[in-house]
Ligand binder design. Structure first.
Ligand code: BEZ
Ligand code: FE
Length: 287
């Protein structure tokens, strides 16, 4: 195949995949090539712009290691992560909606009993979190595995500190026989996504801020139900309508109630002010 020009090159590339044996891969790459070429034509991409794009992606790669996933940040900030999440979790009305996973999950978070303090020394105003895990027919789900993780008052997850020895502000607990769960933690605060790399420079160039509204992350699993990965967002947060990663859903916003010192919901006598949050989760049945 010779003498390809700007009008014939797309079909020539696609024809080269005729012998691909993985049909799904072929579909995906076909669509990718079509859209990539259409994009270059639409913006009349110059050589200098193509080079800048290659340089940017190279920097994203160089920034990525076991602790920092700049490609996922790129996907998050371009709305791709949330789009994929939304398509993967179309659920019946009433089920708790899913949102982005984020890069700060660890797979060895400590286990707690109900009532435990998952803050484990993380700084912030104490917060008592409780609620019920139910199935979509209203049935309480006993023994659901509830994993929670969040940033501290300074806006950092434990894994962002180089000196962290124990996991803080994250943990795993299980719902009680009536589906209820409760634990102590700290009040979530808004924080900027890591923005000291190429993705941060991209946001800056686009006139965008890197902030996420305050939230708790939850991952809930139980036999017979679809895994739920979601957040609970703090009502009133100034970034709810401009989340850097487009993850906010109205159904996931809840009030954090502030209290003067006194007796907390679990009977703990608090000498300092504290907050409370109640949030119920509804799991979709797995098919
Ligand atoms: C997070 O909420 O932890 C998060 C999500 C996407 C990008 C960065 C952080
Ligand atoms: Fe987060």
């Amino acid at each position: 195949m010779r003498n390809l020009d700007e009008n014939t090159i797309t079909d020539a590339v696609l024809a080269r995949h005729a012998n691909a044996t993985d049909a799904r891969l072929k579909d995906i790459v076909t669509s990718l090539v079509r859209h990539l070429h259409a994009f270059a034509r639409e913006v009349n991409l110059t050589e200098a712009e193509w080079e800048a794009g290659i340089r940017f992606l190279t920097e994203v790669g160089h920034m990525t290691d076991a602790r920092r996933q700049e490609f996922i940040l790129l996907s998050d900030t371009l709305g791709l992560s949330m789009l994929v999440t939304a398509m993967a979790h179309r659920k019946p009305e009433g089920c708790t909606e899913a949102t982005v996973f984020g890069p700060f999950f660890v797979d060895d978070a400590p286990a707690y009993d109900n009532g435990g303090d998952v803050a484990n020394g993380a700084q912030g105003e104490p917060c008592f979190v409780s609620g019920v895990v139910r199935g979509s027919r209203g049935e309480p789900v006993a023994g659901a595995r509830i994993e929670v993780w969040q940033a501290d008052a300074a806006g950092f997850y434990d894994v962002q500190y180089s000196d962290v020895e124990n996991h803080r502000a994250r943990g795993v607990l299980h719902s009680l026989p009536d589906g209820r769960y409760h634990f102590r933690s700290i009040v979530a605060e808004p924080y900027p996504i890591p923005h000291d790399g190429p993705v941060g420079r991209m946001l800056d160039a686009l006139g965008r801020h890197p902030w996420r509204p305050a939230h708790l992350h939850f991952m809930i699993t139980a036999p017979g139900y679809e895994r739920l990965v979601t957040h609970v967002f703090r009502e009133g947060d100034r970034y709810l309508d401009s989340d850097a990663v487009f993850g906010v859903r109205s159904s996931l916003i809840a009030p954090w109630h502030h209290h003067a010192s006194g007796t907390a919901p679990d009977g703990t006598v608090m000498a300092t002010p504290f907050s409370t949050l109640e949030f119920d989760f509804v799991l979709n049945r797995s098919s």
